[in-house]
Write a protein that binds this ligand. Structure first.
Ligand code: ADP
Ligand code: MG
Length: 264
């Protein structure tokens, strides 16, 4: 009997500590050739304040998974629990940032930031300005999206996501449309913001170095139907040097899981 005790304690404790719990999620799509199994029974948890990155081969179901977790798509079976409660639709506590971008092109930076804030909020103007400053867009509040560079547009998007103070930030390949240099800048920017504000973050990326630079934990998904093939804790202190031997060893291991052998 006593040998069972730790397991019982864990199963009681785990719903309390998990911010997000993915519980036996299954998803497929009908196609002309029959059903396409995309996710077949996925289980994992994300702790409050944790930064989890997900990498996996193209087409394995990452975006599908993210849309399910953020509440935009219903699973065929299984549950997504946020704070222990089933997540059935998107809500204010979680914001999704995608590669395609999500600012309104007909609104200025400031108007985009104000959009998510209730009209009756007394300090909404000041808050919008504060978040424009936070991402380095001071002086561009009255510019329209088409007047911004790719990097500035990404910052506007991040500011728009953060201004509503979401508990969870869902990011699906957020920087992959940027050039390598701008992507690195945005990663640093994100780390700077996360050091100031506490968020739970889920990031989907195909960039293994980006995952190592940012995440506390990296999950590697298998080819479709997606399952968790491997999990890596990244216990390197920030600021991280992605060129360090430890980070490079991790990169080699993750790439190996993805079927890429690097000469070392
Ligand atoms: N709405 C849909 N209808 C049919 N098939 C879809 C739909 N959404 C995604 N798929 C298919 O599911 C698979 C996984 O897609 P996706 O989640 O976008 O992969 P990833 O983001 O890992 O590249 C792909 O084969 C894709 O064609
Ligand atoms: Mg995708």
């Amino acid at each position: 009997m006593s040998t069972d005790a730790p397991e019982v304690a864990m199963s009681i404790a785990s719903p309390m500590t998990a911010k997000i719990r993915i519980d036996k999620v299954v998803k497929g799509f009908p196609t002309q050739k029959g059903r396409l199994d995309v996710i077949s029974g996925l289980d994992f948890e994300v702790r409050d304040g944790e930064f989890v990155a997900i990498v996996g081969p193209s087409g394995c179901g990452k975006t599908t998974l993210m849309n399910i977790i953020a509440g935009f798509l219903a699973p065929d079976a299984g549950n997504v629990l946020v704070d222990g409660k089933p997540r059935l639709e998107p809500d204010r506590n979680g914001v999704l940032i995608t590669q395609q971008g999500s600012v309104f092109p007909w609104l200025t930076v400031k108007q985009n930031l104000l959009f998510g804030l209730p009209d009756e909020m007394p300090n909404r103007e000041a808050l919008a300005d504060e978040y424009a400053d936070l991402v380095g867009l001071e002086g561009f509040e009255n510019n329209y999206p088409h007047e911004l560079s790719g990097g500035m547009l990404k910052r506007a998007e991040i500011a728009r996501a953060l201004v509503v103070k979401p508990q969870i930030l869902y990011m699906d390949e957020p920087f992959s449309a940027l050039d390598a240099l701008m992507s690195l800048r945005m990663q640093n920017e994100l780390l700077r913001i996360l050091a100031k504000e506490k968020h739970t973050v889920m990031l989907i990326t195909h960039d293994v170095e980006e995952a190592i630079h940012l995440a506390d934990r990296i999950l590697v998904l298998s080819p479709r139907p997606a399952r968790i093939q491997a999990s890596f804790d990244v216990s390197l202190p920030h600021p991280r040097r992605v060129s360090s031997p430890e980070a490079q060893a991790l990169r080699v291991s993750i790439l190996r899981e993805l079927g890429v052998e690097l000469a070392v």
